[in-house]
Design a protein around this ligand. Structure first.
Ligand SMILES: [Zn+2]
Length: 487
């Protein structure tokens, strides 16, 4: 009884900020039919003809565009008049559709499933599902998890840390057609021992990588290079560890220098204003989560501009973790369609969840409100934003929850075109992959989505996906839907 009342009240409080707005029915329906582009076999050259092109750079859309794809890459992009279509090319008519780059999620954890059992430090249900069983479930589910990204229109994702398991997922993705590009930010490299109560060992490997001094930090970046990481994740843990963090600020510039010498950008976990400023001064490239404890000041904004910082949003994690703990998650239409049904079912599988403490609810509400204000301030100051979901945390679906993140960015006041750039080109920069992905330009991977409604008119139209091209191979939305739940 008390739990039910509490659930409603939490949902009510959060609804003020999250306002789960339903996609118009027509949009949800329109992405179902249309089997016209359901061509799964690769071709030598494919010509996508007649769509309105949004190329991810932020430039105005091109009407009646032609995109030529040869193999896995884009050969030419432009107006119909400017691109010659070879006679042998397979033509796909896309009149009345919108084409844009596949989205990029700049903040993912494959070591977490999004299920209610996945993060004992936030909600300990190991008596119901032992953590070892959760890890086995995650590993067995990888193909469904990866396909879910494409279903949601996400063709690349940056894993920002965790155990060797993250690299194993990348290996699977590389040999799987229905999978996004998986990039790895090695780490998180941290200066405090967090302990296995908070992040349990996974297959005997650490989920965070503690370094005691500069020498250990250097060895860890070297290990990242050996494992062919794409980037480095490091960060400020804070809270009870704050007193022990000081030493790490002396180590951080060396980590950044070593990473940059190996062409790996550095993404920095932080929620607090003061350490964020110190990290920017130390040379990090992006702030994962940005700032949620205080409204960012002029000194922060100037530093972010001067150090060419990218702010990674992670708005949805605030309401969703609290909602999942309360057993009450309201999904976007796209999450209902492309989210893993087993993950969604887990949120209501456990009866009599412990009451979420009032302080935690307030922290979620305040954290979301402050972060929304801060990303708007950063945007207005000209600081680039990248979309990051923190997918895998409680209540956040791999792939599909990017649509929740984007709704919250729109509510924060970010214009649609800037959200699309944040979800494509700028997110690609966080991973250091801007020469490969993020925009539809000659030479880049042919990773794109076809929409039946205009995402610039309303970003919720990003849910109106008709088909997805990954590395030159087109899948209809139908082909990417998750398996139905077993009864
Ligand atoms: Zn995270």
């Amino acid at each position: 009884m008390g739990i039910a009342i509490r659930s409603v009240s939490i949902a009510g409080i959060l609804a003020v900020f999250t306002a789960a707005t339903a996609l118009p029915q027509a949009a949800a329906e329109s992405s179902k039919g249309s089997s016209g582009t359901a061509l799964s076999s690769p071709a030598s050259t494919i010509a996508l003809v007649g769509a309105t092109l949004i190329d991810g750079t932020g430039r105005p859309p091109i009407r009646d565009a032609v995109i030529l794809v040869t193999g896995e890459r884009i050969e030419a992009v432009g107006t119909r008049a400017s691109v010659r279509i070879p006679a042998t090319a397979r033509r796909i008519e896309l009149r009345g559709r919108w084409v844009m780059p596949g989205m990029v999620d700049a903040h993912t954890h494959f070591m977490e499933s999004g299920r209610i059992y996945t993060k004992p430090s936030a909600l300990n249900l190991t008596a119901v599902v032992p953590y070892a069983d959760e890890v086995e479930w995650i590993k067995a589910r990888v193909p469904v998890t990866l396909a879910g990204y494409l279903c949601a229109g996400v063709t690349s994702t940056l894993s920002v840390g965790g155990p060797r398991l993250e690299y194993d997922v990348r290996d699977t993705a590389r040999r799987t057609a229905k999978a996004p590009n998986v990039y790895i930010a090695h780490g998180p490299i941290v200066g405090v021992k967090i302990g296995h109560d908070f992040f349990p060992l996974i297959d005997g490997d650490e989920a965070t990588r503690y370094v005691a001094d500069g020498e250990a930090a250097r060895a860890e970046v070297q290990r990242a290079a050996t494992w062919q990481a794409d980037a480095i994740k490091t960060g400020y843990v804070g809270g009870p560890f704050a007193a022990d963090e000081e030493r790490f600020f002396g180590i951080l510039p060396g980590i950044v220098a070593d990473a940059h010498a190996r062409h790996m950008p550095v993404t920095y976990h932080v929620f607090e204003l003061a350490p964020a400023k110190r990290a920017m001064a130390a040379g990090v490239d992006s702030l994962a989560h940005t700032v949620s404890d205080l409204v960012v000041d002029d000194e922060f904004l100037a530093a972010a501009r001067d150090h060419h910082i990218i702010g990674v949003t992670t708005l949805a994690v605030w309401p969703r973790e609290a909602d999942a703990r309360a057993g009450h998650v309201v999904l976007t239409p796209m999450e209902s369609r492309c989210g893993d049904p087993e993950v969604i079912a887990s949120w209501t599988a456990v009866k009599n969840l412990p009451t979420v403490p009032e302080a935690d609810v307030r922290e979620a509400v305040d954290g979301l409100r402050t972060t929304m204000a801060n990303i708007k301030r950063m945007h207005d100051f000209g600081i680039p934003l990248a979309v990051g979901v923190d997918a895998g945390n409680l209540g956040l679906l791999h792939g599909a929850s990017i649509h929740k993140e984007i709704e919250l960015m729109a509510e924060a006041g970010i214009p649609a075109m800037d959200i699309l750039v944040a979800a494509t080109a700028t997110a690609a920069r966080v991973a250091g992959k801007e020469s490969e992905i993020g925009t539809l330009e000659r030479g880049k991977l042919a990773d794109l989505i076809v929409l039946t409604r205009d995402p610039l008119a309303d970003v919720r139209n990003l849910g109106a996906i008709e088909s997805v091209m990954k590395s030159g191979v087109i899948f209809s939305e139908q082909e990417l839907l998750p398996p139905r739940r077993e009864p």
